[in-house]
Design a protein around this ligand. Structure first.
Ligand SMILES: NC(=O)c1ccc[n+]([C@@H]2O[C@H](COP(=O)([O-])OP(=O)(O)OC[C@H]3O[C@@H](n4cnc5c(N)ncnc54)[C@H](OP(=O)(O)O)[C@@H]3O)[C@@H](O)[C@H]2O)c1
Length: 309
């Protein structure tokens, strides 16, 4: 009996957003395989339940489902209440849920969601080039990109902060992207501000995102030095990384890090990636399970700390 109590208090409690497919599902599988109790969340109840069923079928009985739409405040509040009453703490939050911020266009020779074989013989650049040629950047998709990828991540994080603070080793892992690097910004002042984690505030980040939306609507993205291709996705990911750095500064007891999973074959990349979801997720899980007392406010790429620029 004593042993049960001991092990349950030392089992990591992890939440993964967007856990029903792609990298998120694999992160759930690998965290559970490493002994964590995993709350697999998904915005769609049926898809989430099916994903949990799949993991139970692999013998991973420590995975449970809870609904979470990261853009819905009441859904976020319900998850926080559930975690509070069930566990009273949270050890690992993996902010994985995201959308592309673009509208995919059907390529007749590839299809809307091509099989991975369609990309054989193409290198990474050619595959990204294909994705860029076969999408449209619209105002609505850009707004949805910011709403999910930046504000959704931020709002989930804020709601779960008290529970993470109740952990003896609270960790936040944001699934970042090489597309979120500041090298895609040509406005040097913007780049400097976003990279100045010591001075940047959440209020200023909100102002900058407001400017981006206005510039996008006015067709002034290139002229004002924002990333021009996959603009909203890149801006939202850059803002998410900047927010992680602000949070790391404000909450030194937590480990708040970002990790690039690499270019992965998922629905988001229309199966064009070079890595499997398993490979991409293993990079995320490695950061989630870093030894205690490690870096905070860092970006990891390929197993090493990397520059945000
Ligand atoms: N694939 C890559 O090459 C790559 C590279 C760098 C970074 N990333 C990042 O890796 C993460 C996972 O992407 P992925 O490639 O695995 O994409 P994916 O297969 O399209 O999965 C995205 C997940 O996010 C969920 N989601 C979207 N909007 C949501 C919302 N409002 N609330 C809750 N969940 C929501 C989706 O749920 P539904 O099924 O309901 O849509 C899905 O579970 C993302 O943060 C992405 O930016 C991916």
């Amino acid at each position: 009996m004593e042993e049960t109590i001991f092990s349950s208090t030392h089992t990591r409690i992890a939440v993964v957003t967007g856990g029903n497919k792609g990298i998120g599902l694999e992160v759930c599988r690998q965290l559970a395989g490493n002994g964590a109790t995993v709350v697999l969340t998904a915005r769609d109840e049926a898809k989430g339940a099916a994903a949990v069923e799949k993991l139970h079928g692999l013998g991973l009985s420590s995975v449970i489902f809870h609904q979470l739409d990261v853009t819905d405040a009441s859904s976020i509040a319900r998850l926080a209440e559930f975690l509070e009453s069930r566990f009273g703490r949270l050890d690992v939050l993996v902010n994985n849920a995201a959308v592309g911020g673009i509208v995919p266009v059907d390529d007749p020779s590839f299809g809307l969601l091509p099989t991975e074989e369609k990309f054989s013989g193409m290198d990474g650049h050619q595959r990204i080039e294909w994705m860029w040629k076969n999408c449209r950047q619209t105002y609505d998709a850009a707004k949805a990109g910011l709403k999910t990828n930046y504000y959704g991540t931020k709002n989930v994080t804020e709601a779960l902060l008290p529970l993470l603070q109740s952990s003896s080793d609270g960790r936040i892992v944001n699934v970042a992207s090489s597309f979120g690097l500041l090298r895609f910004f040509t406005n040097e002042e913007l780049k400097r501000e976003l990279n100045d984690a010591d001075s940047l505030s959440e209020e200023r980040l909100d102002e900058l995102l407001g400017m981006f939306v206005r510039d996008f609507e006015a067709g002034a993205v290139a002229e004002r030095g924002w990333p021009t291709e996959f603009s909203a996705y890149k801006v939202a990911k850059a803002a998410m990384s900047a927010y992680a750095r602000i949070l790391a500064r404000k909450r030194p007891a937590l480990r708040v890090n970002c990790v690039d999973p690499g270019y992965v074959k998922t629905d988001l990349t229309r199966n064009s990636g070079l890595l499997t979801p398993e490979e991409g997720a293993s990079r995320v899980v490695a950061v989630a399970l870093l030894p205690a007392g490690g870096p905070t406010g860092a970006l990891f790429d390929g197993g090493k700390e990397a520059s945000f620029v």
